[in-house]
Design a protein around this ligand. Structure first.
Ligand code: 5GP
Ligand code: MG
Ligand code: MG
Length: 172
């Protein structure tokens, strides 16, 4: 591993501990529900793997990807699972402007889900352009570009086991 990121903003131990707490909370909240977890690739891959195993319920699991169409609008891929009567929990890496989360909520609701909520590992409230809040949040981060634990810079650094602020040297 290249040692160019200095001190982690959020350590691996802090992530592990917080995911355990979120798992307990989600397990209690969805005990009587038909839970389907929908991870948003690629950024949420590590979070989905760890959070899903911290939830003590027989949840379904699916993934979507987001893209931007020719008109500059965000779109999402269609989940493979039937969401009708499901209680969907979207698992996101980070909520910044809130645009992606809004589109995901609208589109999954249209597919007939009973409920759609969002669990984001990171929340960057200073970046917000839409009035949207995640139902479950791992950590709040300052208005900086962060990488690691699934989050990339130019498709690298996703595999860092912690969250760090992007170091200028990473671009070289
Ligand atoms: P939005 O602005 O729509 O809320 O966030 C869209 C996406 O931008 C996020 O899902 C994430 O993939 C990316 N993003 C926003 N802030 C950051 C950041 O600090 N680091 C990384 N790696 N991606 C970010
Ligand atoms: Mg994302
Ligand atoms: Mg990215």
């Amino acid at each position: 591993m290249e040692k160019i990121f200095g001190k982690p903003l959020i350590t691996h131990d802090e992530i592990v501990h917080r995911i355990r707490e979120l798992g307990i909370q989600i397990t209690a909240d969805y005990a009587q529900k038909n839970l389907i977890l929908i991870g948003v690739l690629k950024g949420a891959y590590a979070f989905v793997a760890d959070l899903s195993r911290a939830i003590g319920l027989p949840a379904g699991i699916d993934f979507i990807m987001t893209s931007t169409n020719a008109h500059g609008e965000k779109t999402i891929s269609t989940p493979t699972m039937d969401l009708r009567s499901a209680d969907v929990l979207v698992i996101e890496d980070i909520i910044d402007s809130g645009v992606t989360a809004r589109v995901i909520l609208e589109q999954l609701t249209k597919l007939g889900a009973e409920s759609v909520k969002i669990c984001a590992l990171l929340d960057k409230p200073a970046g917000r352009k839409l009035d949207i809040t995640a139902d479950y949040i791992g950590f709040s981060v300052p208005n900086r570009f962060v990488i690691g634990y699934g989050l990339d810079y130019k498709n690298k650094y996703r595999t860092l086991p912690y969250i760090a602020v992007l170091d200028e040297r990473a671009g070289s």
